[in-house]
Each structure stands twice: as structure tokens, then as C-alpha cells.
Write a protein that binds this ligand. Structure first.
Ligand code: DAH
Length: 349
């Protein structure tokens, strides 16, 4: 008789639970069964005291089990209902879905990869090398011997201390000031034909201001074979600029000087900020310099054991930050290093 009432109560509870679909209905159900004063299970438990002594043990056990089952079932349902407790009329099914927040690669990484993709499509191999460099690869083999005034062009961060004097014979170690040393490293290990790019970080003793950072990123390029001409250099770099800036950009080559190329040039692209009319970004010139380039100097070939009478080649060095500034129309390089999400989210490619 006691068992039957427990079983009945259990069935009634489950029927009621099936029907309870709102938080209010669940609360009413909880009161009805587990309420301290009038709860049905509470009453059942209380009735144990007045049951015949021989029934008390079974009745007590059954009542307790039921109480626990009801408690658990209510909890589970309450959690489920709370999760979709929104009133039906608050759900506007015509609203677009909410997109989850996803991270993305840093703008400088995206620009570097864009440069790599363009050159890889032209058959170039991407190579990498050390940021801690020696004097030979960074300067000497690039036609900048110890006394060469061109070394003054670069403010170098030396790691060896004290810095060995030029005639000391000991090689200085330094943080590479450009990626051009990768030309030497590659040619020392490989015979022509050469068609490589070498992206990487470089370091200079510069201030941290709107146009300078003591660390920045370059992509070096080198092509060597028989019969490589200035025409190949111009065609390749124009193709690169058109691809990078989406075809509509005008370019010009300006004569320049680098010790490791002869002749040397710099490539300007029409300013993206003003379409060539002149603005603060291009210092009113209408043009923005994006890379240095030239035909590989015979002295460089000699340093790596290539025959300068047989081989010719061209080289170039692109500044990734510069490309990024132009591409995004940003006028302060520090933005790329502060990593403010409000900035980073705006400059996704
Ligand atoms: N190394 C130069 C720089 O740091 C860039 C450069 C100029 C690289 C001319 C080259 C080159 O390979 O031919 O600004």
C-alpha cells in the first residue's frame, strides 16, 4: 500500500514534468512536490512517522529515493528551460546570425605572405636565414669592406663587445641590418640559376617614431643566370607592383646607389593616399618609395665564387612595413606594433 502511493506519486510527477515548459510552471511543480509545508513528497516523508512500524523502513527508503529522483529531474529541466527561456515574441527569425569572433593573422604577416605568394607564382623559392649575422654576410661580401663609407649608411646593432676594430681580424657579430646578406648565404651554397626571395626581420639603431622602428621586416630578392638584364628587373618588379596594388598603380624607377648593385635604382609607386596629386603621406611628391634594387655588382659575384663574366643578375629589397602603410593608408608605423585590436580589426586584407 505504501509502495503504491510512492509509485503513483512518481508517475504523476513525471506527467506534470512533461507538461511544465516554463520557469514559472517548473517552480509551481517544485512547490507542489517538494514545498516545505504542502509538498506532496514532503507529506509522504512526514507520514512515515505514523506508518505501521514494520512498513517504516521500506517506505522511508522509497520516499527518499523518490525525493532524490524528483530533485534531479527538476534540476535538469530547470537548466534546460533557463537556456531557452526567451519569450517567443523576442525571437526575430529574420535577423542575420551572429558571427563568432575569430582571430586573424597580423597585417604585417598578411602583407609578407602576399608578397611571398606573388613571387612564388613567378617561380621563386622562399628561403630564411639567421637574424644574428656576421660581418662578412651583412657587409663585407656585399662590397662593403671595412673602410667603405657605405657602412655609415646603416646604424648597426653589434652583439660582439667590444666591437672588433676593422683591422682586428675577428669577425663582429651583429643583428642583421638588412636581408641582403641572404643573397650571399644562398649563393655560397648553390650554383646558378638562382631565383629566391628571403623574408625576415632586420634591426637598426633607430628611434621609435611615426616612420622608424628599431626592428622591421624586409623581403630580399635575387635572380642570377646567364643573360639576366635590367629589362628583366623592371619587368619583374613592375609585375610585382601591379599584382600587389591591384593593377591600377603607376610606377617609376629612380636612379640610386647601393654598393652591391650597379646600376642601382629605387622603385616608386603612385601614392595610394592621393592618387599622385600630393599629400602628407607622400610628402607632396605623389610618389612613394617601396623598394631598392639593381643589377648585382660583379664584386658580389666574386665574393661568392661566381664568374662575373658568365653570370648577371638582379636583386631587390622590399620593406614590408612600407608596403603595409601604403596598402592600408596608415600614416604611423607604430600602429603595426602596438597591437590595438581596434586597429588590427580594421586592416584585414
Ligand atoms: N638592403 C637595402 C636596404 O636595406 C635594400 C636593397 C637595395 C636590397 C638594393 C637589394 C638591392 O637587394 O639590390 O634598404
Amino acid at each position: 500500500m505504501a509502495d503504491t502511493s510512492v509509485e503513483d506519486l512518481k508517475q504523476q510527477f513525471h506527467a506534470a514534468l512533461d507538461a511544465a515548459r516554463t520557469p514559472a510552471a517548473l517552480k509551481a511543480l517544485r512547490d507542489d512536490y517538494l514545498g516545505r509545508k504542502h509538498g506532496r513528497v514532503t507529506a509522504l516523508v512526514k507520514s512515515i512517522a505514523t506508518a505501521p512500524p514494520e512498513d517504516r523502513r521500506t517506505l522511508g527508503a522509497a520516499a527518499n529515493t523518490l525525493k532524490q529522483q524528483i530533485e534531479q529531474a527538476l534540476k535538469a529541466r530547470e537548466a534546460g528551460v533557463a537556456a531557452d527561456a526567451r519569450p517567443a515574441d523576442a525571437l526575430d527569425v529574420t535577423l542575420p546570425g551572429r558571427r563568432g569572433w575569430t582571430g586573424r593573422r597580423h597585417p604585417l604577416t598578411q602583407v609578407r605572405e602576399r608578397v611571398e605568394d606573388i613571387f612564388m607564382a613567378m617561380g621563386y623559392q622562399v628561403i630564411e636565414g639567421p637574424e644574428v649575422e656576421d660581418d662578412w654576410h651583412n657587409f663585407e661580401a656585399l662590397n662593403m669592406p671595412a673602410a667603405h663609407p657605405a657602412r655609415d649608411m646603416q646604424d648597426t646593432l653589434y652583439l660582439s663587445s667590444p666591437v672588433p676594430a676593422p683591422d682586428d681580424g675577428r669577425a663582429a657579430t651583429l643583428l642583421r641590418t638588412h636581408t641582403s646578406g641572404m643573397q650571399i648565404r644562398y649563393m655560397e651554397q648553390h650554383e646558378p640559376p638562382v631565383r629566391i626571395i628571403a623574408p625576415g626581420r632586420v634591426y637598426r639603431r633607430d628611434n621609435f617614431d611615426a616612420t622608424h622602428t628599431p626592428m622591421f621586416t624586409q623581403v630580399e630578392g635575387l635572380v642570377v643566370d646567364e643573360d639576366i638584364t635590367l629589362g628583366d628587373l623592371k619587368g619583374t618588379l613592375n609585375a610585382f607592383a601591379e599584382e600587389f596594388f591591384d593593377a591600377r598603380v603607376a610606377t617609376r624607377f629612380r636612379p640610386s646607389f647601393f654598393p652591391y648593385t650597379e646600376p642601382s635604382a629605387e622603385l616608386d609607386v603612385e601614392c595610394q593616399g592621393c592618387s599622385g596629386r600630393g599629400c602628407p603621406l607622400c610628402k607632396q611628391t605623389g610618389w612613394i618609395e617601396i623598394l631598392g634594387c639593381g643589377m648585382v655588382h660583379p664584386a658580389v659575384f666574386e665574393a661568392v665564387g661566381y664568374d662575373p663574366d658568365r653570370y648577371t643578375g638582379f636583386a631587390f629589397g622590399v620593406g614590408i612595413e612600407r608596403l603595409a602603410l601604403r596598402l592600408y593608408g596608415v600614416d604611423d608605423i607604430r600602429m603595426f606594433y602596438e597591437n590595438d585590436l581596434r586597429f588590427l580589426e580594421q586592416v584585414a586584407l
